[in-house]
Design a protein around this ligand. Structure first.
Ligand SMILES: [Zn+2]
Length: 141
């Protein structure tokens, strides 16, 4: 199941890069120079499995693995009570184990995290979940 998840995601990324390339080409000869993927700090995607999915499927696409870069998109939390915003880095009171738990099980954030401003457990995750394509850069050949 888990493998399916990462591989489905890898395929979705490859398909959308290919679609972008096709849309931009319009008679020009373009190639993909770089693709920046943003992996939310709070997601359950295993980067290694994702990469192996990419490698296996890339044979069917007109670009190779070197152009694909993965960056971590830091999580941002927002307090519903005092409106303060903060990141995981600001949570100095979290232990390593708690950080790990949150990374692999984002729902655990609500168990361990409290607003550093007012102490409220009533907060939302503003960003840092899921995977998105930050940019696709094409060049003429
Ligand atoms: Zn607060």
């Amino acid at each position: 199941m888990l493998i399916m998840h990462e591989w489905a995601l890898a395929e979705a990324v490859l398909e959308s890069v290919k679609r972008h390339l096709n849309e931009q080409e319009q008679g020009k000869s373009l190639q993909v120079k770089s693709v920046n993927l943003l992996f939310g700090e709070l997601q359950e995607i295993d980067e290694e499995i994702f990469r192996s999915g990419l490698n296996t499927m890339l044979a069917d696409y007109p670009f190779n693995e070197d152009v694909i870069h993965i960056e971590t998109d830091p999580a941002l939390f927002g307090c519903n009570v005092c409106k303060r915003e903060w990141t995981l880095k600001d949570q100095e009171d979290l232990s390593e184990d708690e950080r790990e738990a949150i990374h692999f099980l984002p729902e655990a954030a609500h168990v361990f995290i409290r607003c550093p401003g007012c102490g409220s457990p009533d907060f939302r995750v503003i960003k840092g979940r899921g995977v998105s394509i930050g940019s696709i850069i094409l060049e003429e050949v």
